[in-house]
Design a binder for this molecule. Sequence first.
Ligand SMILES: [Zn+2]
Length: 270
Amino acid sequence: MCRFYIKCKNNLWYGFFNHFNSNLVTQAISTRFHGVSKAEFSSLNLALHNGDNSKDVWQNREAFCLGLGIDAKKIVTAQQVHGTNVLCVDESYLGRGAFDYEEAIENTDGLITNVPDLPLMMFFADCVPILIFDPIKKAIGICHAGWKGTVHGIAQKTVQAMGSSFNSRPEDCLIGIGPSIGPCCFEVDEPVYTQFKQAFPSLTYKQTSKEKWKINLWEANRLQLKNIGVLDKNIICSNVCTKCNSDVFFSYRADEGKTGRIAAIIQLKS
Ligand SMILES: [Zn+2]
């Protein structure tokens, strides 16, 4: 199904991008397998904001992080709002939102850091996870690009924030676009289509009926990154649709809104 997915130590599965140097960075995207959450959150729900039992979520987070050699107590998370705020985090943010959603960083959809052993984690159910690694300046970023974030350039803004904070050059940045709703399934009506058409006039749009269009979020994110100088060869897309594979991933659309969240996580090694 997905060539990126491997089984790790504690019987969990995770995906990773093999163009990121594993000596320098730890990164993973989770599945929904082998957690302890019940019912619609079954079973490896990693998010606290969707109504799941927080003890189960913590157990899932610990198991997932343990398999990666990451300390779950250190994870830095955000209250994602489909916006374009990007925050540069340092040691003072360690553990923000690890146990308690109220403590997650407010109103933020992109996180960046150059501090080793500081895990950045975000949550997804169809929205696009984007991981960024600058091997030259030794800096990382992560962002949550749903359709609104994609239209408003969250991926671009996260790479640009790495430029402002760490002097990262777009041409040095490696990008991983994770499992999310694919061009096969992401169908929108005219108001959303119009926003995309304005933001990405050169993208290919497939009209499926009088008032419906299918949009490729992966290509919209690739395009906006290439527009600021990220190299096409450095952008790897997992090409895995979460709605088509809702047995493996939580999918907001497949599960009609009541579902868990997979996580993407990235941490610089010390
Ligand atoms: Zn699909």
